[in-house]
Design a protein around this ligand. Structure first.
Ligand SMILES: Cc1cc2nc3c(=O)[nH]c(=O)nc-3n(C[C@H](O)[C@H](O)[C@H](O)COP(=O)(O)OP(=O)(O)OC[C@H]3O[C@@H](n4cnc5c(N)ncnc54)[C@H](O)[C@@H]3O)c2cc1C
Length: 262
């Protein structure tokens, strides 16, 4: 079985700030991490590898420094890492990104299960996984908290409003993974990280994957971002003290003033 996990390097979003004047992200000095949803998806792929002996390939599109997330994945137990890096990919929206990733997956050739994170914590669109499935013309199951595979089938636990669905699908299939609220990512030991240095990583350009340049970058991107801005800071709440009756009267007075009640 061949599993491909799409992993993205993202700024540690707890520390990301937007420049109020230019409306762009302030990336300087912000550490980069493996997108947590992708980290979880990778761990699920490695669980399947432990049971079935599957080969796990990790694929990332980004600048050269994104090799760091591939190295981390290899140290955690992935077998091979591929980085798509080329000026031609710059400015790609989710459609162009998913085209590039799908074209690279076609070049890899052998794939049964493709795992993506539910979303990237910097872009938050959750569109790339479904886009890859569309480009490859394979089925997809999104928003799964568990995935298992044996034979030529996957079994997933998918979150839906008010419950969970257990679904089975034939491979090849693409699954996007969400993560439990209490999820803590695993990190490799020093020895594992050292040994992983012998594992292979490849860097592929747009030409290497035979991509149509018109489908990449700004030209291949139907989305235009007009402006990025942080939400306005919430005003501080007002605290009242007093007996229950006094507080209730105060509340009614305010609601009347705001025309919420008459
Ligand atoms: C008009 C436009 C221009 C843009 N220009 C740039 C730019 O110049 N530079 C730039 O860095 N970004 C740019 N972006 C952002 C870029 O489109 C997104 O980073 C990318 O498409 C992924 O979308 P997302 O972050 O919403 O991921 P989501 O769709 O939320 O990600 C879901 C999952 O898809 C997979 N995935 C997503 N992205 C990657 C990736 N790169 N490699 C491997 N797996 C991945 C992961 O498994 C991830 O968990 C631009 C976006 C738009 C709309």
């Amino acid at each position: 079985m061949n599993i491909i996990v799409c992993i993205k390097q993202v700024p540690d979003s707890t520390q990301v700030k937007v420049d109020p004047k230019t409306g762009t992200l302030i990336r300087a000095g912000v550490p980069s991490i493996l997108n947590p949803y992708d980290h979880f998806a990778l761990e699920k792929a490695l669980d399947i590898k432990a049971k079935t002996g599957a080969k796990v390939t990790v694929l990332s599109m980004g600048p050269n420094q994104a090799i760091a997330v591939l190295r981390l994945a290899l140290a955690l137990g992935a077998d091979e890492g591929i980085l798509l890096s080329d000026r031609a990919f710059a400015g790609s929206d989710t459609w162009a990104t998913s085209y590039a990733l799908a074209t690279a997956i076609r070049k890899i050739g052998q794939y049964d299960l493709i795992l993506c994170g539910q979303m990237a914590i910097d872009g938050d669109t959750a569109q790339t996984g479904p886009g890859i499935a569309r480009h490859l013309n394979i089925p997809q199951v999104t928003f799964c908290e568990h995935v298992d595979a044996s034979g030529n089938q996957v079994m997933v636990k998918k979150l839906i409003d008010g419950g969970k669905q257990i679904l089975q699908a034939d491979m090849p299939v693409l699954v996007t993974m969400t993560m439990p609220v209490d999820y803590t990512p695993k990190y490799p030991s020093f020895m594992a990280a050292h040994k992983a240095q012998d594992k292979q990583t490849h860097t592929w350009t747009a030409a290497d994957i035979g991509a149509d340049l018109h489908k990449l970058g700004l030209e291949g991107s139907p989305t235009r971002v007009d402006r990025i801005f942080p939400p306005p800071a919430r005003q501080k709440g007002e605290m009242f003290t007093g007996s229950a009756a006094e507080l209730a009267n105060k509340l009614v007075e305010i609601l009347k003033k705001e025309s919420v009640v008459k």
